[in-house]
Design a protein around this ligand. Structure first.
Ligand SMILES: [Zn+2]
Length: 307
C-alpha cells in the first residue's frame, strides 16, 4: 500500500491534571483549560484502539518518503513542558508502551529559576493576601488596572492578562503587580514546582519519548522582531539538542495559529536545522503537507468518533 495517501492526525495536548487536587497557589496556570486525567485516559485508550500510535520522527520519515507507516497512524504531542507531563502523562504512556513528543520552553526547565510571565501572573492572583473579588482586592487591582491599562475601565483579569501579553514590558508590569498585591515571587520555588527537570526529561527519553523546542519564553513570534525570533528559536534549539543529544529536533510554534508564523520564521527554522514545525491549525497531515506547517487536532475538540 505504498502509494496510498494517509491522512495522519497529530493530537495536541497541554496540561493534564486532577483539577480538584491542585493545591491552591502551586500549579495554577491555565487550570481551567487543563484536561482531567480521567478524560485523558479515556482519550488515550480510544486512540490506542483505533490508531497505530507512532513517534513524530517516524511521521517525518514517512512525509519525507523515507519510511512507510500504517495507514491508521497517529502522533501524540504535548506543549509547554509542565511537570504534570512527567507526573500524570508519562506513567500512562509508559505502561501502554506509547511514544509521544513534548515541546518545552527553554527558559522554563526546573532549576533555571525562570518562570513564564503567565505563570507569575496566575501565581500573584492566587497568592495575594487580599481575598479575590473582595472590595479591597477589587479596589487595589482596579487602581492598578486603570493606571496601567486605560482609564474609566474596571478590572477584569482576562483583559489585564491580554494587556500584559501584548506589552513589551511584561517583566516590569508583573513586578509592579506583585508588589501591588503584596506577593513575593520566589522564582526558584515556583520554577521547581511547575516545570520538567533535566532528570525527568532524561528518564522520559530513555523510555521512548521525544522532545522538541517551543522557543525560550513562549512569545507570539509574529509580534516580536525577527532578530528576537531568531534568538528565541536558536537558543531553544541548543537547549533541546543538549538535553536529547539529537541533532534532528522538531519545533512547535507558540500559540500556533496561521498568524503566529511567516516565511521568515520558517526560513530561520530551516537554517537552524529543525526537522519540522507544528502549528495549532486544525487538520491532518499527508505527503503534500509542508513539514513546517504540520496541522494538529486539539484534544479539547477531539470528537472520539470522528478522528
Ligand atoms: Zn505553548
Amino acid at each position: 500500500m505504498k502509494n496510498q495517501i494517509h491522512e495522519i492526525p497529530i493530537i495536541m495536548y497541554h496540561r493534564i491534571l486532577n483539577k480538584k487536587d491542585v493545591e491552591l497557589g502551586s500549579c495554577y496556570s491555565e487550570i481551567n483549560s487543563a484536561l482531567e486525567i480521567s478524560e485523558f485516559i479515556t482519550q488515550i485508550n480510544f486512540l490506542n484502539k483505533k490508531y497505530s500510535i507512532i513517534s513524530l520522527s517516524k511521521l517525518i520519515a514517512y512525509l519525507k518518503g523515507e519510511a512507510d507507516v500504517p495507514s491508521n497512524s497517529c502522533v501524540i504531542s504535548f506543549d509547554d513542558g509542565y511537570i504534570d507531563h512527567y507526573q500524570n502523562v508519562f506513567p500512562i504512556l509508559k505502561e501502554l508502551g506509547l511514544p509521544a513528543v513534548f515541546f518545552i520552553m527553554g527558559d522554563c526547565i526546573s532549576g533555571t529559576k525562570k518562570v513564564r510571565w503567565l505563570d507569575k501572573f496566575y501565581y500573584i492572583l492566587d497568592n495575594t493576601p487580599y481575598q479575590k473579588n473582595s472590595d479591597k482586592f477589587n479596589e487595589i487591582v482596579s487602581d492598578f488596572y486603570r493606571t496601567e491599562v486605560e482609564k474609566d475601565n474596571h478590572y477584569d483579569d482576562s483583559k489585564l492578562k491580554t494587556f500584559i501579553r501584548n506589552s513589551s514590558e511584561k517583566d516590569t508590569i508583573i513586578d509592579k503587580l506583585s508588589s501591588t498585591l503584596n506577593v513575593k515571587l520566589d522564582l526558584d520555588k515556583i520554577n521547581k514546582k511547575l516545570y520538567l527537570s533535566k532528570e525527568n526529561i532524561a528518564e522520559m527519553l530513555n523510555n521512548g519519548m521525544e522532545f522538541g523546542a517551543h522557543t525560550m519564553s513562549h512569545p507570539d513570534l509574529s509580534t516580536i522582531t525577527l532578530e528576537d525570533s531568531e534568538k528565541e528559536i536558536k537558543d531553544s534549539g541548543i537547549i533541546v539538542r543538549n538535553l536529547t543529544n539529537k541533532e534532528e529536533i522538531p519545533f512547535a510554534y507558540p500559540f500556533g495559529s496561521q498568524k503566529t508564523y511567516n516565511k521568515n520564521i520558517v526560513r530561520i527554522l530551516k537554517e537552524n536545522n529543525f526537522s519540522c514545525a507544528l502549528t495549532s491549525i486544525t487538520g491532518t497531515n499527508n505527503t503534500e503537507t509542508s513539514l513546517f506547517e504540520l496541522k494538529r487536532i486539539d484534544s479539547a475538540n477531539l470528537e472520539l468518533n470522528k478522528y
